[in-house]
Design a protein around this ligand. Structure first.
Ligand SMILES: Cc1cc2nc3c(=O)[nH]c(=O)nc-3n(C[C@H](O)[C@H](O)[C@H](O)COP(=O)(O)OP(=O)(O)OC[C@H]3O[C@@H](n4cnc5c(N)ncnc54)[C@H](O)[C@@H]3O)c2cc1C
Length: 396
């Protein structure tokens, strides 16, 4: 071990939700914790998440909640059983941030934004003795210690327990640029490639769609492969985005066609019956608007993807129920709300400690799991951060 390395009890790298949670439990266990953060301030992505309403968790029973983590459900189960939706709500309330459950079960702080919650959290962490060092960029390991680029130059820290919580690989300007992957791969840590999750689709719209840019599509359903969603989608200048799309985009990424049901509450036969009852000479757009109250944007979408429209009512009803959405793929990784891939589960033990680096734990989006937006992301970051923090505290 380097003689120049500063000794600390516990080191957390990355001051996002996962890292701050790990620091909190380590401090509660009585350890001196240093959090090193590469950016000039902590939790920039959490603050960004709060810009459109900070969806902390989802108020639903644990089994229903866990079902959203796909292939990582089994690994995350013990962590989310210990710190799931209920605990997240209590934790936020413990920070003086009342929460409320929206109509779809989504849980938000009353302030909606992340900043009051983060301020209260940082204050409590400071009172517990957690020291956050900003502009401390982790660069790997040197002479048996952890190395950082800091405003004062190169610094080394030696700690018997280190929690890495460096985030995924999107929105690099907020800090999580995924460059850690090369460092960990060099240490023999098995990694799954990063892939965009919760991301928009590129759609080369015809000029006819221009006046619908920004229009929401409500009351629709989307399906891709085995995934189905009832959330809202927005037509943007570049394509489609929104929570309803993000819930099914993992299957689209894996090659499944995307289908939109514009009338999910009635059957194809019912749609055909109403279409068949059209008055002579009535335009199709008028018929769709009157019979189904479809918005102009939804009608434009049918024409965009369904042309030439079939005259037969049953065939047309089939199109309204299964409109194929043609696209040019997903928006780039950096624009994704979260990323799949990262440290593989066979690279860590049940404590989230890396097999390749004893005493080093990982938490948050760095791990190979994905889930739709809607509070599932933050809850798993909190839960894995706590789990790694507890395990690191036990080691100490
Ligand atoms: C626009 C947007 C909206 C979102 N809305 C929601 C929502 O409503 N609900 C929800 O559940 N989730 C939401 N998310 C996702 C959620 O914010 C993330 O999943 C979560 O922040 C990940 O937490 P983390 O601690 O794993 O990583 P991060 O929050 O990314 O934190 C990682 C930290 O590590 C630091 N770091 C990285 N590399 C280094 C290094 N080499 N040295 C030192 N520090 C380093 C980074 O600067 C960063 O501060 C949203 C995301 C975005 C982009």
């Amino acid at each position: 071990m380097s003689e120049r390395a500063e000794p600390v009890d516990a080191l957390v790298i990355g001051a996002g939700p996962a890292g701050l949670m790990a620091a909190e439990v380590l401090a509660e266990a009585g350890h001196r914790v240093v959090v090193a953060e590469g950016k000039p301030s902590p939790a920039r992505k959490l603050l960004m998440a709060g810009k459109s309403g900070l969806n902390l968790t989802r108020n639903e029973p644990l089994d229903a909640f866990l079902a959203h983590y796909g292939g990582a459900e089994a690994e995350l189960r013990p962590m989310l059983a210990a710190f799931g939706p209920e605990q997240v709500m209590h934790w936020a309330e413990g920070l003086g941030q009342g929460v409320f459950t929206g109509s779809t079960g989504r849980v938000f702080p009353e302030a909606m934004k992340a900043s009051p919650l983060l301020r209260a959290w940082l204050l409590r962490l400071g009172q517990a003795g957690v020291e956050i060092r900003t502009r401390w960029r982790w660069t790997g390991w040197e002479e048996g210690a952890v190395a950082f680029d800091t405003p004062a130059g190169r610094r080394l820290i030696a700690s018997p327990a280190t929690v890495l919580a460096l985030g995924g690989a999107s929105w690099a300007r907020l800090g999580s640029d995924g460059t850690w992957a090369a460092q960990l791969a060099a240490q023999g840590v098995p990694l799954a490639p990063f892939r965009p999750a919760n991301v928009g689709l590129i759609v080369p719209w015809s000029p006819m769609m221009e006046r619908h840019h920004g229009a929401p599509l409500k009351g629709i359903a989307l399906s891709a492969g085995a995934l189905r969603s009832r959330g809202e989608v927005v037509i943007s200048a570049r394509g489609l985005e929104g929570g309803g799309l993000y819930s099914v985009v993992a299957a689209v990424r894996d090659g499944a066609p995307l289908l939109m049901d514009l009338l999910p509450d009635i059957t194809q036969a019912q749609v055909a019956e109403r279409l068949g009852a059209a008055r002579k000479g009535e335009s199709l757009a008028n018929r769709l608007r009157k019979a189904f109250r479809l918005s102009p944007a939804a009608i434009a979408l049918i024409q965009e993807f369904g042309r030439p429209l079939p005259a037969d009512p049953l065939a047309l009803a089939g199109l309204l129920k299964h409109l194929p959405i043609r696209h040019d793929g997903l928006r780039p990784l950096d624009e994704a709300i979260s990323t799949a891939g990262g440290v593989r589960w066979d690279g860590v033990d049940a404590d989230l400690m890396l097999h390749a680096l004893p005493g080093t734990y990982v938490a948050g989006e760095m791990l190979d799991w994905e889930a739709p937006t809607g509070g599932y992301l933050l809850t798993a970051c909190f839960a894995t951060g706590r789990h790694a923090g507890h395990a690191a505290a036990r080691r100490l």
